[in-house]
Ligand binder design. Structure first.
Ligand code: CMP
Length: 143
C-alpha cells in the first residue's frame, strides 16, 4: 500500500469544494487515513514548498497557501500517488484532461484547488510535515 499527501488549497475550501473533491477519492476506492482542517503558518508553507524556493511564483504561492484554511489529508491505496495525480489533473488547468478535478473546476495555475505529492519521497516528507504518526488511523476498508 502506498500513501500520499493531498491538500485542498484555500481556493477549494472557499468555493465549497471539499466534499466534491473528497468524494472523488472515496469513489475511486482509496482509503482516507488522516485529515486536518487548518491554516498553514509561513514556516510550514516554506517547508512544504521548499523545492520551489527561488522560482518567480514562490512568494505568491506562499502567501496564497497561508491566506485561508486548507484541508490536509493522507490517502492510502495501491499506486495512490499516480492514481490521485491522475484524478487531480495537470498543474495548469488548461492542460488538465477533461474529467479531472482541475479541468472540471479550475481556471488558473495559481488557483488549482489541490496539491498532491508527486513521488514516494515527497509523500513521506509532506505527510510528516503535517501529521504525527499517531494521527494516521488504521481501520478496515473495502473497495
Ligand atoms: P502544487 O501542486 O501545489 O505545487 C506548486 C504550486 O505552485 C502549483 O501547484 C501551483 O499552484 C503553483 N504554481 C504557480 N505558478 C506555477 C508554475 N509556473 N509552475 C508550477 N506551479 C506553479
Amino acid at each position: 500500500m502506498e500513501q500520499t499527501f493531498l491538500m485542498i488549497k484555500p481556493d477549494g475550501v472557499q468555493r465549497g469544494l471539499i466534499g466534491e473533491i473528497v468524494s472523488r477519492f472515496e469513489r475511486k476506492g482509496l482509503q482516507l487515513k488522516a485529515a486536518k482542517f487548518m491554516v498553514i503558518s509561513r514556516e510550514l508553507a516554506e517547508n512544504h514548498y521548499a523545492e520551489h524556493k527561488g522560482k518567480d511564483f514562490y512568494e505568491r504561492l506562499l502567501s496564497f497557501i497561508s491566506s485561508g484554511p486548507v484541508f490536509a489529508m493522507v490517502w492510502s491505496g495501491d499506486n495512490a500517488i499516480a492514481l490521485t495525480r491522475a484524478l487531480i489533473g495537470k498543474t495548469n488547468a488548461v492542460d488538465a484532461a477533461p474529467g479531472t478535478i482541475r479541468s472540471d473546476f479550475a481556471v488558473h495555475t495559481n488557483f488549482n484547488l489541490i496539491h498532491g505529492s508527486d513521488s514516494p519521497e515527497n509523500a513521506k516528507r509532506e505527510i510528516s510535515l503535517f501529521f504525527a504518526p499517531h494521527e494516521l488511523v488504521e481501520y478496515e476498508h473495502s473497495i
